[in-house]
Design a protein. Structure first.
Length: 125
């Protein structure tokens, strides 16, 4: 009988260790993704298309991409990103065929509602 209790004590200790490790791994793991609303405010002038590429600063790897040909005064993108800073490369296509690419920095955090004012961006000559 004593051997059974000794075995159970060892097993309980092992289970406790596994629980502690699981909890630690949960808190030490990479941050979870957060929902971010990015509003591209374009104003009154006509824009034919909008393309946006989201990257970490200094990194060429795309984290998110957004393209639309249905462009109004404001266009909304709702990516899920890890918390932190990002560079958004935005290309606007105008009805006369000219394009313009601009870059903006955003910070992704839980519940972020980001507005990028692009109303003053003119087409490249």
């Amino acid at each position: 009988m004593a051997a059974v209790w000794k075995h159970r004590k060892r097993l309980a200790g092992l289970v406790l260790l596994l629980v502690v490790l699981a909890i630690g791994a949960r808190f030490m793991s990479a941050p979870t993704l957060v929902h971010v609303d990015i509003h591209y405010r374009l104003g009154d002038r006509p824009v034919e298309a909008l393309d946006a590429i989201v990257r970490r600063p200094g990194d060429r790897e795309e984290v998110a991409r957004f393209s639309t040909r249905l462009v109004g005064r404001e266009v909304v993108q709702r990516p899920r990103l890890r918390p932190g800073f990002y560079e958004v490369e935005i290309t606007l296509a105008f009805p006369d065929g000219r394009r313009r690419t601009v870059s903006r920095t955003i910070e992704a955090r839980k519940g972020a509602d980001i507005t990028l004012d692009l109303a003053g961006v003119e087409a490249a000559p």
